[in-house]
Design a protein around this ligand. Structure first.
Ligand SMILES: Nc1ncnc2c1ncn2[C@@H]1O[C@H](COP(=O)(O)OP(=O)(O)O)[C@@H](O)[C@H]1O
Ligand SMILES: N[C@@H](CCOP(=O)(O)O)C(=O)O
Length: 313
């Protein structure tokens, strides 16, 4: 469930009238997503997405995210373009929250991707890296190497409330990452959260790359490592699908090279990515009130991935 901020219909109609996109004819809250409130907006001229940014998104970062989406869309990628109102403003204030109307893209997100879709998604990431190579804005990754170690230390004291062996796993991986994280990889603009639920597809064609709200500047190859964890395991993390991983990497290489140095440290980056999602899920698991609207994601699904990656080395 992800409509945290409810906007009355009459307020929405007045809001949409600021734009040159036709009159509001329907608005529905979108259940998917966890971070922000999203509405599907139909007007007399087309369909749009209205996002109200909730507390975990720093308002100061919004111009970066919107500029990045615009840059990627102008580069020919299926990325939603932020829509400007008649005065040229894309970033708005609605119901006390920062808000933006963006293009609606067709397609559905799958939960069990085929190797062919993994290939297409890998290629989409490679194209994103190619198109954003000249995107100049910089945003530090709050969940980069240092951020992961900090969050790990915050999760450790209560991690065993989730699973009796979890603290030991986190502590051991933090030590490994502190010793092995490569500081000298090429930096780039990365999506940083390109899970299957953030890729829209029709059949095996990618029609949308969405949810840029973790995008940042970090090791380019780390973005592929995030996708490896998100796309190449069963959802519970119990089964690894090598054919998906091969397809993902082949697709990426069709659009962007992977250097020898990046390939050599990929196992470390994959473990770092598994740790990142294990930690944010563990933190949310321990700190989300039982009556919260949002469904917590299972941290153990990424603990299993991390164990698999550690054993495979
Ligand atoms: N531009 C878009 N076109 C079509 N559907 C979208 C678009 N943006 C978001 N959605 C829909 O809204 C859902 C939640 O969006 P998302 O950006 O992932 O939210 P959150 O940041 O809260 O996780 C997506 O799963 C998708 O169904
Ligand atoms: N992909 C992350 C959670 C972020 O959720 P999103 O809906 O904004 O992609 C996870 O799976 O832990």
């Amino acid at each position: 469930m992800a409509v945290y901020t409810h906007v009355p219909g009459e307020t929405l109609a007045v809001f949409i009238a600021r734009y040159d996109i036709g009159d509001l004819v329907a608005a529905k809250g979108i259940a998917e997503g966890v971070e922000n409130s999203n509405y599907l907006i139909d007007t007399t001229r087309g369909r749009y997405i209205l996002t109200l940014y909730e507390k975990r998104v720093d308002t100061a970062d919004l111009p970066y995210f919107l500029a990045l989406m615009r840059h990627a869309a102008e580069g020919g990628l299926p990325v939603p373009r932020p829509i400007e109102d008649r005065e040229g403003a894309a970033l708005q204030d609605l119901a006390g929250r920062p808000a933006c109307v963006i293009e609606f893209l067709t397609g559905i997100s799958v939960t069990e991707p085929t190797p062919a879709l993994c290939r297409a998604a890998g290629e989409a990431l490679g194209r994103l890296h190619a198109v954003t190579a000249d995107f100049k804005d910089i945003r530090a990754n709050a969940l980069g190497h240092e951020g992961r170690l900090k969050l790990g230390a915050q999760c450790l004291p209560r991690a065993d409330e989730i699973d009796p062996a979890l603290a030991a796993l986190i502590e051991s991986e933090m030590a490994f990452q502190a010793a092995h994280w490569p500081a000298d990889l090429p930096q780039a603009t990365i999506h940083a959260d390109l899970f299957p639920d953030n890729v829209l597809a029709l059949g095996e064609t990618v029609t949308g790359i969405i949810d840029f709200y973790f995008a940042c500047t970090d090791a380019r190859a780390y973005d592929l490592a995030v996708m490896h964890g998100a796309w190449c395991f069963s959802n519970d993390g119990a089964v690894f699908y090598p054919e998906r991983a091969e397809a993902l990497q082949a697709g990426y290489r069709a659009a962007h090279p992977i250097s020898e140095a990046e390939a050599a440290v990929m196992p470390v980056l994959q473990r770092a990515a598994a740790l990142r999602f294990l930690l944010t899920r563990a933190w949310d698991w321990l700190n989300t009130p039982a009556d919260a609207l949002v469904t917590r994601k299972d941290p153990m699904a990424f603990a299993r991935r991390l164990r698999h990656l550690r054993e495979a080395q």
